[in-house]
Design a protein around this ligand. Structure first.
Ligand code: AGP
Length: 614
């Protein structure tokens, strides 16, 4: 979603802002812009619809000088994606410019009041209201920009991360956040500002995460100052950024998504490092061990998540119920937060989020906290809002995921959930030592198995050519593999724009089987498990109706090979780890179909990497 970059210091701001916007492109956006205060104190705002490259062309003959500036990529919410609605927005007099991530919910009331006071509006955004309000407050109270922002925000209802600069002020950016992330990088005589750390990492590893309800005064001549909306000064907590530039680049791959698919053997190693003993007889997840009583005494565990993270949670449900005999529910965070759910003290809520910034998941966490649940987070982005809002948690440690379609985060999430289930089952005594070791060793062997699956890259690329022009797809799986089927379908729709649905294989005959004809490709995960024969029967039912079957099977399978039109053979793992193995060829299949169709794989239309609005 929208991205923010800011700079104030001794260097030219423009190249830093543009590079920062490029780093944020992965979040998804439809217009871009920036505001700079030049050496004469003039405020120049440049913005246009399209990509950051369009903005660069647009600014070619313009004044882009200045050592201070703010920049933005916009993902349209209020108002169409066009030049006027792009950020920065500037005030009536043209003296204040502002960029904003989030939504101002009471913007129409504020707008009416400002119109009555003579203000006019150029855009149809909620953001323009805020910059006008700041100017109005500043003019009526004769106060500083900081005081005007502080006072204006008290009148605002909604979610926001904002950055504001002012004509005539070459030293200072005012920034603030509520429910939308913001991080400040601290250099020598310079500051960087961004909605996530990716634009900052090449300049400094010293960062401060702005908390909800805080305003930062970022002045190049002064130490960083952060205060609450009520003017209470906050302690500056400088953290070390654990991220490298190479993680943010494609490393020779044509797309981040392909790079991230191929990184999975390594990211699983990173995810389990130091957590599983070499012989597989012990698993240590400190966040779970430290809170084991809460988990073991839980009446039930409720997973809240969205999208791919929700699919991973479905596997988590299966793992925990199967191994630990604790009841588990899996909820879409977006539904959970609004449906007055029964949450009681003693419930454990597990929030799953790659970005750690998904607005619905964050709201679900806040709701669960208010009702007394213990909250555990499974996040990737260190220091993200959800990671910080939870009582405890386990990072998945798969490194920055830039492709909008989640791949390595999914396998990392399921790996962490497997380790959680093993840890709890051992504590509770609901798993035999043999099964424990079998699954733990299975995790240790997983990177090598994924490496083998990735060796199928070329074969899957060839297979994808047969289906480039398919209009629909069905994905089927049962048991542990059902969520992997859902995830395979989601990958395909996200990046190829082909309609795809995932179902539990046996559910087909209750309706969806009506869709089957010779035009319908059906991807079936048919790896060995206790219902393998039943899955084979489901495949027969589809075959009998002319469906084109692409089956993911175990190496050496002869039964399904005799029925399916195409087979992808993967190495066998313990049943509960099979969705990890089976999901990788489905990621590749979706990737290559999308590439064949010429889609923008890393930034598919209409999608955002972290969905920070509801
Ligand atoms: C995954 O491919 C999607 N882009 C999307 O469904 C994503 O998983 C969802 O928005 C949740 O994101 P999160 O894990 O960052 O919370």
């Amino acid at each position: 979603m929208c991205g923010i970059v800011g700079y104030v210091g001794y260097r030219e701001a423009y190249p830093i802002l543009i590079k920062g916007l490029h780093r944020l492109e992965y979040r998804g956006y439809d217009s871009a812009g920036l505001a700079l205060v030049n050496g004469a104190g003039e405020l120049n705002v440049h913005k246009c619809r399209g990509k950051v490259a369009d903005l660069e062309r647009f600014t070619e003959a313009k004044d882009i000088s200045g050592h201070i500036g703010i920049a933005h990529t916009r993902w349209a919410t209020h108002g169409a994606p066009n030049d006027v609605n792009a950020h920065p927005h500037y005030s009536e007099s043209g003296s204040i410019a502002l960029i904003h991530n989030g939504i101002i919910e009471n913007y129409s009331v504020l707008k009416d009041a400002l119109i009555q006071n003579g203000y006019t509006f150029k855009s149809s955004t909620d953001t323009e209201v805020l910059v006008q309000l700041i100017e109005y407050v500043k003019a009526t109270n004769h106060c500083s920009l900081f005081e005007a922002v502080q006072s204006a925000l008290k009148q605002v209802v909604g979610a926001y991360a904002i950055a504001v600069v002012e004509k005539g002020n070459q030293d200072e950016i005012i920034a603030a956040r509520k429910s939308s992330p913001m991080v400040i990088g601290i250099g020598e005589g310079e500051y960087f500002l961004a909605s996530d750390a990716t634009p900052i990492v090449e300049y400094t590893d010293r960062v401060v995460y702005v908390n909800d309800g805080e305003i930062a005064v970022i002045n190049r001549n002064q130490p960083l100052k952060v205060v609450s909306f009520d003017n209470v000064e906050s302690q500056i907590d400088i953290r070390k950024l654990e991220m490298s530039i190479s993680q943010l680049e494609k490393g020779g791959y044509p797309h981040f998504m392909l790079k991230e698919i191929h990184e999975q053997p390594r990211t699983i190693v990173d995810c389990i490092r130091g957590r599983i003993s070499p012989n597989g007889d012990d698993v240590v997840l400190s966040g779970v061990i430290a809170n084991k009583d809460k988990f073991l005494q839980a009446r039930r565990i409720i997973f809240v998540a969205c999208g791919t993270s929700w699919h991973a949670a479905l596997i988590g449900e299966h793992l925990i119920e199967d191994m630990c005999r604790i009841p588990v529910e899996v909820e879409y965070a977006s539904e959970f937060r609004y449906r007055n759910p029964v949450i009681e003290p003693g419930d454990v809520v597990v929030a799953v989020s790659q970005s750690g910034e998904t607005a619905d998941t964050l709201a679900a966490v806040e709701l669960a906290r208010a009702q007394g649940a213990f909250i555990f987070g499974i996040c990737n982005v260190v220091g993200s809002s959800i990671a910080r809002a939870t009582d405890s948690g386990a990072y998945i440690h798969v490194g920055p995921e830039i492709g909008v379609a989640s791949t390595k985060a999914f396998t990392g999430q399921v790996t962490v959930m497997t380790m959680i289930a093993l840890t709890l089952a051992k504590e509770k005594g609901t798993i035999s030592s043999e099964r424990f070791a079998e699954v733990a060793r299975g995790l240790l062997e997983l990177p090598a198995k994924l490496e083998k699956v990735l060796g199928l890259d070329e074969e899957i690329r060839d297979l994808s050519k047969i289906f480039t022009y398919a209009r629909n797809f069905i994905y089927l799986g049962r048991g542990y593999n059902y969520p992997a089927a859902l995830e395979g379908a989601l990958k395909l729709k996200e990046i190829s724009y082909i309609h795809a649905e995932g179902y539990p294989a046996a559910e087909m005959k209750h309706g969806p089987i009506a869709l089957i004809d010779s035009e319908m490709p059906v991807v079936v995960i048919a790896t060995p498990d206790n219902i393998y024969e039943k899955t084979v029967s489901n495949i027969q039912e589809i075959k009998a109706r002319g469906g084109k079957i692409i089956a993911v099977v175990a190496e050496g399978d002869t039964v399904v090979r005799g029925i399916a039109d195409y087979c992808i053979e993967v190495p066998v793992a313990v049943e509960c780890l099979m969705p990890l193995v089976a999901s990788v060829p489905l990621q590749l299949l979706a990737y290559y179909i999308a590439v064949n169709k010429g889609r923008d794989v890393d930034q598919p239309r209409n999608l955002a990497k972290s969905v920070t609005v509801e």
